[in-house]
Write a protein that binds this ligand. Sequence first.
Ligand code: ADQ
Length: 764
Amino acid sequence: MAAVERDTTEMGLQPVTRFPVVRQSEDARLIVVSNRLPLTLQRTETGWATARSSGGLASAMNPFLRRGGGDWIGWAGDAAEQDNPERRAILVEWAEKERCFAVDLPEEVAAGFYEGYANQTLWPVFHNFPSQLNFDAKSWEAYVEENRIFANKVVERYKPNDLIWVHDYHLMLLPQMLREKLPDAAIGFFLHIPFPSSEIFPVLPRREELLEGLIGADLLAFQTHGHLQQFRAALLRVLGMESKIAELAVGSRPVRLEALPIGIAPEEYTQLLNGDDKTAQHYAEWVERYRGRKVLLAVDRLDYTKGVPERLRAYAHLLRSSPGLKEKVVLIQIAVPTREAIDTYQDLRTEVNRLVGEINGKLGTPDWTPLVYINRSIEKSELVGLYKLADVCWIGSLRDGMNLVAKEYVACKPEGDGVLVLSEFAGAAAEMGEALLINPFDENRTAETIGRALALDEQERRLRMTALHKRVLRNDVFHWGDRFLVALQEAVSERGRYADTQPQRLRPSEIHDAYVHADRLLIFDYDGTLVPFARRPQQAVPPVSVLDLLNAMAADSKNRVVLISGRSPENLGRWFGTVQGLWLVAEHGAELKDPSAPTWEALRPQSVSDWKATVMPILEHFVDRTPGSFVEEKKYALVWHYRMAEPEFGEWLANELVSMLEAMLAETELRAFRGEKVIEVKPVWPSKGEVLERLLTAYPDPDFIFAAGDDRTDEDLFERLPEHAWTVHVGPGPTRASFVTADFQNLRRLLTLIAETRDARRAS
Ligand code: ADQ
């Protein structure tokens, strides 16, 4: 009896570590964190001045924060003379009047992170331009330091119940840094740029740290489902972490995944459109100037991802191939200078200037300048005037998170005129299907589509634009921001789902009392749970001690003991057929052997296995590539084992195999499941959860249910068991079980103890 009263931790059973549940109150404040504030400090000849920041993030977040309120933390855009009193006074004013809190960055940090890791490493890779990647370890250190400085600033302003919303690729380490300092905080992250394909992401230096930084958040949101899927693929490939479509488990903490396409604040445009004198004046002037000509409009930051040279070449092609357009069309290209300290951007500028000169020089006439090029930021009234004027808006991004210009143009076309030509590689294409889509890398076809846009008949034009207009108005930035914050609050409350299902502590006296008086159902997984993993499956022959334990438990008339495994019926029968009264479940729930029945029972007898002929060659190909790995054929499944392969290589190829199989099996009833050093291809239907129903039909309402297992297949079972069941996860890793125990030995000790408890009671 004394042994029974030992502390549970000595037996290796510990309550699963949980994250505290955050309670949201009505007055939860919002803290927005982004690299840049909507305000930028500029050093002028006479002193300091405040300018509005350009770019999509500021355009979108500013109206959202102005409506709902909240603090904004970011860099003011300068790094010198930080103690200058005049400068400091401006920052104080920003904080008091605009609730913008500036983060000061030392000069070398600012340069290293901004012009270095953020814009020469992350930006090109995330936009699928690995050829533009530049990396040096110093710029990475600056990036880490920048994130650390931001983390301190957030901690300084944070109050319990605040919602922290981190933005974009400059701050990818911040979620985890904050999680360490503020474990309870609600932390959301939104990526404004695309997430690269899983082929390209791994080229990124420090890729592991970035992913680990991101998963510190409660919510990770992307512009499109495509980007979200690519993130999941990268997570699997780089960290070997599996995820569900909308959720990921980091230990016992859930991380929610969302696709939330950003919108604009349409009224900012409609107000200027309808009642602003300056806008009206610009518009009237340009109508006059471009009378008799169709206007094509392009508005971009001068970034190589926006496809400006590609557009200019396509335009030249259009003019050359359609002589009828001579003097009938003009392209207005607005290009805001950006990141000019980086060489690539200077090269781009030179290239664009050359193309502009060439087009106007070679194709223009004394009465006609085919291309109007404006290389500066323009006023919003001018921008809206241009949107109103333009017959066609031409978005040619080679890759873009969303592209707000597309939505701004559409918002300025309430009457349904105008045509949007949109690159299929902009995130906007995922939700703006009524636009004319182009592949901007294909000059000839792009030119053809622009020609088509110019000639589109009125009915089709209106049909397309009206549908787009409605959607842009409906899915505005407020809708987007509200959805993000609701998802963040829900994500935080999800932590409760894990927490609520778990008792605080397993007391031996409790398990003892529950066990002694009960009708019991005891369910055990085999490999990894009762015995360690063997190098080859056939080597895991049950030791005598395990057979004795099972015999003892199954002999008790109050027990129903079930061994439930991924192994084949033949294998289980050979090893455990002699244990009287033991239920066997094979192939994760595909077949079952009632101890009182002479034969095995197939749960779905009509299931077919002709798919094996297609999948086998793929697995064999992986066997050829991975020394030490092999394929096991089961009745319902094919299993690739790589326990004996070189660990990193095995893991790497396993990720590749799963990605490949997932794509291939998407439309079928088959799935690729990851187990302990195995990838198992099998139909979806057999599951340990499903077989439970069959067991509970045979033995309804047992008073005491105990289940132990070590891998994902056991999670199905834990999930389906009633709340009062004693569920034990063996080994490390995330779980829904009530308890964890370090390894199979601890579990066997516990089982022996329970069995002895019964004997002790009987004896007394
Ligand atoms: P950006 O790459 O900055 O944003 P984008 O979405 O096109 O790209 O936004 C640019 C913004 O700047 C627009 O609001 C536009 O009106 C404005 N702008 C552009 N040229 C201008 C000019 N010459 N003068 C004045 N204003 C100008 C990042 C991602 C995008 C994503 C946004 C928002 O790269 O893919 O859409 O964030 O999430």
